[in-house]
Structure formats: C-alpha cells, structure tokens
Write a protein that binds this ligand. Structure first.
Ligand SMILES: Nc1nc2c([nH]c(=O)n2[C@H]2C[C@H](O)[C@@H](COP(=O)(O)OP(=O)(O)OP(=O)(O)O)O2)c(=O)[nH]1
Ligand SMILES: [Mg+2]
Length: 330
C-alpha cells in the first residue's frame, strides 16, 4: 500500500463553550465537503502570525457573535485528513458576552457532556470528547509475580494483601480506570487476586480491564486490555461491543489494528526511558504526536511518565498518562 502524506498544514483552534447548566455548544458544519453536516466545537483556522487566543476570540465573534474570554487548554489534537494535516487546539470558554447565534447559517445545539459522543463529529474531535468525558489517568497495577518472587506461605499471603491494600489507597486517591496486570504471577493465584482487585475497583466505581485474557475478563465481567502481540491474533472484537477494550501499542500499524478491532482507547509508548528499562530511549513527545495523528481513538502516553507530564501529554494529543509507578500508592 502506498501512501503520500498530505503536505498542507492547517492550525485550527476551537472552543468548548460551557453554559451555566454545564452544557456544551456544538455547531453543525455547513457546506458540501466531506465534513459538511458534522457537528464541531465552534472555531476556525489560525491566521499566519496570529495568536491562538486571538484567533479563537475572532472566530467566536465571526461565527456566533459573542465576545469570549479564552480559558484553559483542553487538548491539542494532531490529525491526518485525506487532504491536510491538522492540529486542533481546544480551549475552555466559560465566560463570554452576548447570545450565541449561528451567524453563518449553521445550526447550534447545547449538549450535556455525557451525550457528546452521540453526535457525528470529524475524526479530530473524538479525542476531544474523550478528554472531556473520560479519566486522564490509567493505572496499570504492578506485577504481583515480581513483588512476590521467591515468597511462599504466610509471606506470600502478606505480600498479596499489601498489593490489594495499595490498590485500595490508589483508588481512594481518585484513580477510576485500572488495568489489572500480573504477567509473571502464578496463573491461578493471579486470577484469584484479580477477582479481589475487581471487587475493590467496583466498590470505588472504577472501570477495570484485565491484561491479555478475554476469558478471565468475561468470567469477572470486566474489560480486557490486549498486549500488542495479541492485536494480530483477533480478526474481530474479542469481547462484546459494550465491554471496554483497550490495547498496548508501539507503532502506527498497531494503532491502526487497535482501531480496526474497535478498541475504546489504547496506550502508546514508551514516551520516556522507564525505571525498568533506563538505557532504552523513549520515543519522546514529538514522535508520540506524529503517531497519534493516524488514528482517532483516545491514546494514553505510557513509559516513564507521571502526573507532572499531564500538560505535555495533553499538548501532544494524549488523553492523559498511563503508569504503574507514577500512579501507584505503594
Ligand atoms: N472549528 C472546528 N474545526 C474543526 C473541528 N474538528 C475538525 O476536524 N475541524 C476541522 C474542520 C476544518 O477542516 C478545519 C476548520 O476550518 P474552517 O473551514 O472551519 O475554518 P474557518 O472557520 O477559519 O473558516 P474559513 O477560514 O475556511 O472560512 O478544522 C472542530 O471541532 N471545530
Ligand atoms: Mg469554522
């Protein structure tokens, strides 16, 4: 398959305009282009030499007739379209003057955040909607097999209980999306421990995915997180449409395979060197952004990242960060 990347580069800024009831304003794109009829966050192209803030304020005046104060960053999404490379820089807008109206004939709708995903939007908007709705942190549990290597009897039991206690503290600290992963643990012990972990996550209302094992996931009634080597194993989504599916990716081909399988989100890395592989360079944020533009699923950055990397992650199109050490209350 030959591919020529489009060379036209377009910088766009759009606003998440929220009203007092927490609803968000969507506008319907007019015109007959392939994006015509889709819903979008109001905004438009940044002129050469223009600041992002000025461009958004200008666009919102032109399109909606409001004087807006441009607020905090939501996410910047690099996205490849058939005819252009786009970066969509999205900002919160919570203060404005005037009454938004479609000055260019476009339909407007106020939508509760939880309903945003029901609207047909351009590919770059899927990560934006996910950034507004879904957790920005994805915990991967430390491998119990490694923590308990060489232990037996009461010592083994105590180490497993300590792992569960640390999970409970981590959930109490606000983690609400969890991958249970223990690749080197004894399979039977690990399945029993996973069941206890799932119970803890359920009582904390956290979403759980188990690593690599769709059967165990089905038994426990939770989602599944595929290893990258499993992406070429399945032809179809290995779990039902309403079961969370995620995957680990390192390449654009793996990202595409994950998207084809219908993954709800993926992790991509390693972005930085990790404690377990200090000598191996990370791909860095620029490469992360360049890979993310080929798909439109939400993508967590993984590998040597922690909470302090959140702004960098969002600025390069990541949903947030996925981590073991960086998120574990060990
Ligand atoms: N405003 C906006 N544009 C988006 C979103 N998602 C997305 O892919 N885009 C794309 C569609 C267009 O290719 C580009 C925005 O260009 P535009 O044609 O609306 O720009 P503009 O308002 O400045 O209009 P113009 O200069 O062409 O008259 O960004 C979004 O949520 N909001
Ligand atoms: Mg526009």
């Amino acid at each position: 398959m030959s591919e020529t990347a489009p060379t036209r580069f377009v910088r766009v800024v759009a606003g998440v305009i929220g009203d007092a009831r927490g609803r968000i304003l969507l506008a319907q794109r007019t015109g007959a282009s392939d994006l015509g009829g889709l819903w979008e966050f109001p905004g438009g192209k940044i002129d050469p030499g223009e600041s992002t803030e000025h461009a958004l304020a200008r666009e919102l005046d032109e399109e909606l007739g409001i004087h807006a104060e441009v607020g905090e960053a939501v996410i910047t999404v690099p996205q490849l379209y058939p005819d252009k490379r786009l970066t969509l820089d999205v900002r919160h807008v919570t203060r404005w003057q005037g009454n938004p109206r479609g000055r260019e004939g476009q339909a407007l709708l106020w939508v509760p955040p939880r309903k945003l995903a029901l609207y047909r939007m351009p590919p770059a908007d899927r990560p934006v909607v996910a950034a507004l709705q879904q957790p920005d942190r994805y915990l991967v549990t430390p491998d119990v097999g490694q923590l308990t290597a060489g232990l037996s009897g009461a010592e083994l039991e105590a180490a497993e209980q300590a792992w569960l206690d640390a999970l409970e503290r981590t959930l109490a600290a606000g983690i609400c999306r969890v991958q249970v992963r223990s690749p080197t643990a004894d399979p039977q012990r690990s399945a029993r421990l996973a069941a206890s972990a799932v119970e803890l996550c359920r009582s904390a209302s956290a979403e759980v995915l188990v690593n690599g094992d769709p059967e165990l996931a089905a038994r426990l009634g939770v989602g599944v997180h595929l290893r990258s080597d499993q992406l070429c194993v399945y032809f179809d989504r290995p779990v039902g449409a309403d079961v969370p599916l995620a995957a680990s990716c390192h390449t654009v081909d793996e990202l595409r395979a994950a998207e084809r399988l219908g993954c709800n989100f993926v992790v991509l890395g390693n972005v930085k060197p990790t404690a377990s592989h200090p000598a191996r360079d990370g791909i860095g944020w620029e490469a992360f952004a360049a890979m993310r533009e080929h798909v439109s699923m939400p993508i967590y950055a993984i590998g040597g990242v922690g909470i302090d990397d959140m702004d960098d992650a969002r600025a390069h199109g990541a949903q947030g960060i996925a981590a073991i050490r960086g998120l574990w209350a060990g």
